[in-house]
Write a protein that binds this ligand. Structure first.
Ligand code: AMP
Ligand code: GLY
Length: 422
């Protein structure tokens, strides 16, 4: 079988490595992939945003199955385009991907179907939004409606910050049309849990839970990033919490999407906060999280391609989705300065015996050498019997990888380890 994977980051590398475990896979094309994946996939220089190029390549190369991993092509209808040419795909169509593509849509869905989330108001007019934050309770959270490279959420600790966020998003249009509408919502408190799930629109099978570390610096300080590391499973996601999530959030979301004529197939990601009033949805994503995928997929015992195809074919009920009873930790090695400005082009040294545990996000080949080419450069993932061991081994991997200007958090997993002691 020939498989095509759209995307280029660490998540895509994790997906590719897992799909490769299936003996029937003869080759995997990554569009565009990056030079750090060359041992696992054939990288083709077609951007994830180039839907015409993707469809043309898929047809010409006669791929048997396509996996669309990033949010932008999903929201833009990449799965619709490929499916219309008879190429089966993993991922939601555009109608369903709106669950991530529009925060106004997802908030209204949750309100309509009674799915627990932060209280909110929607604004399409900056002056009304500015008036609202004169009197609302503070802190408050301001969110651009559309996709904004993970930067469209501002936690405003003061009224001034809330007003500045409204001006930046709605008037200065920092995120373009994504800021035509905004959601202003209640600030929630509690530990965060990421739950990725497989769904075929009929049944939903949650994957092992995980915890992201979104801030750039140790102690959850610094700017928000795409994610600086992850652990799985998440100790805050107890069996009782899982049961409550299934009853009040997961199943109702699948049913709500069906009722709206937007049946979701693929990976539905629930960003949850475990508040004192129970779990609430912070956000939905229409895809695997990154770096969540870099701990969740290595723990998947079942064959990934088989499960993916079951979501496409509607046979997920009969398809087992099992995880190893182990723990994983992924530490992201980034370029110093990320998520703001950073230098790139430094030689990347990944010893051969650790390469199997490394998912490369940002690398290119220059004069035959592998060099850094991104903010997040790679994720080093260790799988072990328990979390303390996984954390220790992940940092051991990191100590063996080197490139100039490397930067990583030293406390990935620390919060989870503390929670396990309490
Ligand atoms: P998002 O880009 O939607 O994942 O949001 C980024 C981060 O902002 C989340 O991981 C949370 O830590 C935080 N966040 C989003 N919404 C809220 C909220 N209503 N209350 C508190 N924190 C929030
Ligand atoms: N790690 C969070 C995300 O992928 O959106």
């Amino acid at each position: 079988m020939k498989i095509l994977v759209v995307g280029s980051g660490g998540r895509e590398h994790a997906i590719i490595k897992k799909i490769k475990e299936n003996k029937n896979v003869e080759c995997i094309y990554a569009l565009p992939g990056n030079a750090g994946m060359e041992d696992d996939a054939i990288c083709v220089d077609i951007k994830a945003s180039d839907l015409d190029g993707i469809v043309r390549f898929a047809e010409e190369s006669k791929v048997d199955y396509a996996v669309v991993a990033p949010d932008d092509p999903l929201v833009a209808g990449c799965v619709d385009r490929l499916s219309s040419k008879g190429i089966p795909c993993f991922g939601p169509d555009a109608k369903a991907a709106i669950i991530e593509g529009s925060k106004v849509f997802s908030k209204e869905l949750m309100k309509k179907y009674g799915i627990p989330t932060a209280a909110y108001e929607v604004f399409s007019d900056a002056s009304n939004a500015l008036e609202y934050v004169e009197n609302c309770s503070i802190p408050v959270v301001v969110k651009a409606d559309g996709l904004a490279l993970g930067k469209g959420v501002i936690i405003a600790m003061t009224r001034e910050e809330a007003k500045a966020a409204i001006v930046t998003i709605m008037e200065e249009k920092k995120f373009g049309a994504s800021g035509n509408e905004i959601v202003i919502e209640e600030f929630l408190e509690g530990p965060e849990v990421s739950v990725l799930s497989f769904t075929d629109g009929k049944v939903i099978k949650p994957m092992i839970s995980s915890m992201d570390h979104k801030r750039a610096l140790d102690g959850d300080r610094g700017l928000n990033t795409g994610g600086m590391g992850t652990i799985a499973p998440n100790p805050y996601y107890t069996e009782a919490v899982a049961a409550e999530c299934m009853e009040k959030i997961f199943l109702p979301t699948v049913k709500a999407m069906n009722a709206e004529g937007r049946s979701f197939k693929g990976c539905l990601y629930f960003g949850l906060m475990i508040t004192k009033d129970g779990p609430k949805v912070i956000e939905y994503n229409c895809r695997f999280g990154d770096p969540e995928a870099q701990v969740v997929l290595p723990l998947l015992k079942s064959d990934l391609l088989t499960v993916m195809k079951a979501t496409t074919d509607g046979t997920l009920a009969e398809t087992p989705v099992e995880f190893y009873d182990e723990s994983a930790c992924c530490v992201i090695m980034a370029s110093e300065g990320y998520p703001a400005s950073y230098k790139k082009g430094f030689e990347l040294n990944i010893p051969a015996d650790v390469a199997g545990n490394v998912f490369v996000a940002g690398a290119e080949r220059k004069d035959g050498l592998l060099v850094t080419n991104g903010g997040r450069v790679l994720g080093a993932t260790a799988v072990a019997d328990d979390l303390p061991l996984a954390v220790e081994e992940a940092y051991e991997l990191v100590s063996r990888i080197s490139f100039e200007n490397a930067f990583y958090r030293k406390d990935i997993g620390a919060r989870a380890l503390k929670a396990m002691e309490e």
